[in-house]
Design a protein around this ligand. Structure first.
Ligand code: C5J
Length: 228
């Protein structure tokens, strides 16, 4: 496929699908459904549903273009040996990481709540990356996977905008990747944090990267495919 010209802010961005990865951040039941980690922290998890449709559209477009697709999941080993005590003890949630909940032990790998929501289930061959932290580069093999794929641009969507999406974009930006947040395919428990989080990425000439939207992404890929 030829290069793609993506409508984005603060400026349009040209990228090669062959050198671009889509990273879908933490679209897990533990964050999006009642009874999981998000709800134990006092959040209204229904707010995150807004990102599911746009994430699906972005995934479909990226699959059609043959892009490298990576799904991340935040969670910990069953013995919690990879969870920093400061994370386990943080705040005063009604239930903590590792405690039993309606979807199994909260934020623990292998439990039903740790799964990606059915609507965005990874397809065979797509990378599923388990991460213990907020950023997708922290204590994972993401850097190696991207280097092996010859990747220079990251398209990022998922939840939550100001936490794991933002941390991953900041990590990627510092490592030299061109990072694009797909704004409507991200969501937060705090609409104001979502809005400001996206503003921060594209401020100051794109201090952390670019912001686009699901329709522009799908349209740009389709236009490039038609021109090829
Ligand atoms: C949070 C995430 N919010 N995936 N995780 O704790 O953003």
């Amino acid at each position: 496929m030829t290069d793609v010209q993506l409508a984005a802010e603060p400026a349009p961005l040209k990228f090669s699908p062959a050198r671009t990865a889509l990273i879908v951040i933490d679209m897990q039941r533990d964050f999006l459904e009642p009874g999981g980690f998000g709800e134990t922290l006092g959040n209204d998890v229904s707010l995150l549903q807004a990102a599911v449709g746009p994430c699906g559209a972005v995934l479909e477009a990226a699959r059609r273009a043959g892009m490298l697709i990576i799904h991340t999941r935040e969670g910990h080993r069953p013995d919690l040996s990879d969870a920093p005590p400061a994370k386990l003890a943080r705040g005063a949630p009604s239930k903590r990481i590792g405690d039993p909940g309606p979807m199994g032990r909260i934020l623990v790998r292998g439990e039903p709540g740790h799964d990606i929501v059915a609507a965005l289930a990874p397809a065979p061959g797509e990378v599923v990356l388990d991460k213990p932290g907020k950023g997708a580069f922290h204590q994972t093999d993401l850097a190696q996977i991207l280097a092996n794929g010859g990747i220079d641009t990251l398209i990022v969507c998922g939840v939550t905008t100001e936490v794991c999406v933002h941390t991953t974009i900041r990590e990627g930006n510092d490592r030299g990747y061109r990072c694009v947040a797909i704004g409507d395919a991200c969501a937060s428990y705090f609409p104001e944090f979502h809005r400001v989080g996206l503003e921060m990425i594209k401020a100051q000439g794109g201090i952390f990267g670019w912001v686009s939207d699901a329709r522009s992404f799908a349209t740009a890929l389709a236009a490039a495919a038609a021109a090829a």
